[in-house]
Design a protein around this ligand. Structure first.
Ligand code: 4AD
Ligand code: MG
Length: 459
């Protein structure tokens, strides 16, 4: 495959050597004796400066794709390099643009860019987010691989509601051969979480993980909810304490941050350079440092969290819309305040009331709370949710019955508890939420290539 602009920056050819590059023009500035053309091919935030003889710029404008051949030179003054394309060299236009080409050499808001999904990754900011996504995905693969985990691929079509929240998309078939529109005559849904299937694999392979699409039909029109998102889920056998899971979660996230801060392969610089506002880039780097700063992240129980929140509300430190009361869910305002203002960094909250959580969580000895945790981070709130799983057959059956759930649907899952059941636990992390946090992105719709949310399924 041809060398990319990133390759040229990483492994610069000897000065004066001949070089041919391909990409899209991002800017053209023609003067009397010289013309400047900026070229990108999307492999890095940095554009390649090309110095052209003015006779060659005809037809070059923002968005046009070109192949340029010239000599690799040192740019005057600033020590950078550039491609010098003289009158004898070649400029080949590969693809012209139409008059309605929507991108210009100016700032486009992310709202506007979301209306043109087929173009938006040509902008530096969103292109860099896709490169970040690929790099963080790689860091996770590397982390799990070296930690003795196997990556697995649970199904996206399921017959059960893992979370029991009723936020399912039901599958319909247009083939009427069987006389109905369901999945070959059976009820089927798009998965909300791969956890139950992951537990099956965990009972055979001990340490498993996946990064899979999940689908939720919740009508949450916020900057942190998608209808289709990618969840990284982990299941680990033989763990008996929720703090084994929190510590592991912390190590995993730190493993995605180090390459950014240490700038492996220039990925930290790339995402920082892509931000228009230097303050946004600075704030992003502060977040990375904050995630690595503490040896052990803060960890409190839900009961303690309510105490802190209610105390702050009482003494007027903060005015929450929702009163923090034991037994109620933590609202997004509570989560963000705890992480951002109180702990000033990531914080684990453990042992929530059982009524707030799904059926599969291990009941604590107080009979009121379950052995679970959420990881809260500033600006985002909940980034991770996990728990120990109920591994006792009778207790699990009782809980399913108490909740009036359809036991038949999940019989295969429950049966796991009568074939060498072991204590185990796991967690799920919204991949786009992690990207929003690491990449200082305001809206989760910009952290996934083609967002599907309450208001959007554009192409
Ligand atoms: O807290 P949740 O619902 O947990 C589960 O689904 C468990 N079965 C996971 C497990 O233990 N294996 O979802 C886990 C995470 C959340 O913390 C959040 O980061 C993300 O998934 N998430 C979403 N991200 C984007 N859009 C949505 N609508 C999301 N819903 C959950
Ligand atoms: Mg949750």
């Amino acid at each position: 495959v041809p060398a990319s602009i990133l390759d040229v920056f990483k492994y610069p050819p000897p000065l004066s050597s001949r070089l041919s590059v391909r990409g899209w023009v991002t800017a053209v500035r023609a003067q009397k004796k010289i013309a400047f053309v900026q070229l990108t091919d999307g492999t890095t935030s940095q554009t390649l400066q090309c110095i052209l003889d003015p006779s060659l710029v005809k037809g070059l404008k923002t968005g046009v794709s070109v192949e340029l051949e010239g000599s690799w030179s040192e740019s005057k003054g600033n020590g950078a390099y550039e491609l010098k394309v003289g009158p004898e060299d070649t400029v080949k236009i590969l693809g012209d643009i139409s008059e309605t080409y929507p991108l210009q050499k100016k700032f486009h808001s992310s709202q506007f860019l979301r209306t043109i999904p087929e173009f938006r990754y040509k902008t530096n900011t969103l292109g860099a987010l896709m490169r970040l996504r690929s790099n963080v995905d790689f860091s996770l693969n590397q982390f799990f691989n070296t930690s003795g985990f196997y990556k697995t691929n649970p199904p996206l079509v399921t017959s059960s509601d893992c979370e029991g929240a009723g936020e399912l998309f039901t599958i319909e078939s247009n083939s009427r051969q069987k006389g109905d529109t369901a999945f070959f005559g059976k009820k089927a849904y798009l998965t909300v979480s791969t956890q139950l299937h992951l537990e099956v694999l965990c009972m055979a392979l001990s340490k498993v993980w996946t990064l899979s699409p999940c689908f939720r039909a919740e009508e949450s029109d916020t900057n942190r909810h998608l209808s289709e998102f990618w969840m990284m889920e982990v299941e680990i056998a033989f763990v008996e304490d929720v703090h084994q899971l929190t510590k592991f979660t912390e190590e995993m996230i730190k493993a995605t941050v180090r390459p950014l801060l240490e700038d492996h392969n220039g990925i930290g610089t790339d995402i920082k350079d892509s931000k228009r506002d230097p303050e946004v880039a600075k704030e992003m780097e502060l977040r990375w440092k904050q995630l690595l700063a503490k040896e052990d992240w803060d960890c409190i129980t839900y009961t303690k969290a309510i105490e802190i929140l209610a105390g702050a509300q009482r003494d007027g430190t903060v005015k929450f819309e929702y009163e923090p009361v034991w037994g109620d869910s933590l609202q997004s305002e509570h989560e963000k305040w705890l992480a951002k203002e109180y702990f000033k960094g990531p914080v684990f909250v453990t042992d929530y009331p059982k009524e707030q959580k799904p059926f599969y969580m291990l009941l604590n000895s107080d009979n009121k709370t379950v052995a679970c945790y959420d990881l809260l981070v500033p600006e985002i709130g909940e980034l991770v949710g996990g728990s120990l799983r109920e591994h006792d057959l009778k207790k699990l059956q009782n809980e399913i019955e108490r909740r009036g759930m359809n036991a038949e649907e999940i019989e295969w899952y429950v049966k796991l508890r009568e074939s060498g059941s072991v204590p185990h636990g796991g967690f799920g992390m919204g991949f786009e939420r992690l990207l929003c946090y690491l990449g200082n992105v305001d809206n989760i719709r910009d952290a996934i290539p083609f967002p599907r949310a309450v208001d959007s399924c554009v192409c």
